[in-house]
Write a protein that binds this ligand. Sequence first.
Ligand SMILES: *Cc1c(COP(=O)(O)O)cnc(C)c1O
Length: 391
Amino acid sequence: MDLDRTYVVPSYRRYPLELVCGRGSEVTDRDGRVYIDLGSGLAVNTLGFSDPAWCEAVTAQLTTLQHSSNLYFTKPAAQLAEQLCLRSGMKKVFFSNSGAEANECAIKAARKYAELHYPGQRDLIVTLRNSFHGRTLATLAATGQSSFHQEFLPLTPGFESCEPSIEHVCNIVEKGQVAAFLIEIVQGEGGVVVLDPAFVRQLASLAAENDILLIADEVQTGAGRTGKLFAYMHTGITPDIVSTAKGLSGGLPLGATLFGEKTADVLGPGSHGSTFGGNPVAAAGALHVLSRLDDDLLHEVESKSAYIRDTLSSARGIIAVTGIGLMIGIKTVRPAALVIDACREAGVIVLQAKDRIRLLPALNIPWPLLKKAIRVVADAADETGKAASGV
Ligand SMILES: *Cc1c(COP(=O)(O)O)cnc(C)c1O
């Protein structure tokens, strides 16, 4: 902690916890204390910490060929692109290393599509209030929360955020400058806010009627997090572009931008690139994650979700439970930060999003650990101050 405070840029507010090793949904700190993890390193560790079969798949690739650059073909990335397309109906994939980069790629492709089809006319990307799309300058501009913008002006132009209401969106579309809509089906950083599926469908129709591209930012909601491979699959729509990252490789940096029929060939030779993108080790991790994300695991996500909601929505001190699958937001009477500290002191790691507690457990968290941890969350939320039961 001292080294970090001395030498690492203090851009993160860290919890006073140094994590040393983990297995499954349990993680150990430097004092040997074991915690049940309901955060998955921000929805990254899809299969928990150091899942044995995942480690084997990653290690096999690591000790065979760890990197090649995109000057050459490698099998893991090609197979991963195939899997992503077969399972989503999308046509082509571009690989990068993070969520922000996956969105940058989507934005570049949308700009290029508009320039090819409507030269000089459409340069606007419409996003939603309270959204989060990343920390690069373009994805910050896309992020519909001005608190992230201050001190970094001027941002990349060509973005406008609006309320999630079809009337507002129509008003903007009428100006004739809109190239794309960029939306999160569930706003994660925004407090686990689920968009109204009817609004999503209206937006998709509006996009299709006007040849506006619909981009789904599935950076947090991908990789089975919501009980389907991608959250848009709950709504019945098909986006033109899907960006994803966090949980895709189960703990290694990997971003992917998926392109549908209209956009599959927009980015031609030389138009975009990434040195690390599609790294064989990260791709091997993702291939393994996808092989595990079968119907059984996705059903388990649904039943664990139902258990969490049922248990917490009737608990004292809890005002509301939002989210889908294993992406859960909890509004408590007590301030979220206090509940989070109480959970940690009782041996359970949870996250915050805005004024809510956020749960993003590993999809394969064992039932007994989940039940124990949810009991702790319920006790910590109880404003009567009943001591949280230790784990
Ligand atoms: C986390 C997140 C991002 C940014 O991903 P990074 O990997 O941190 O760049 C973008 N969009 C959404 C919806 C996210 O949750």
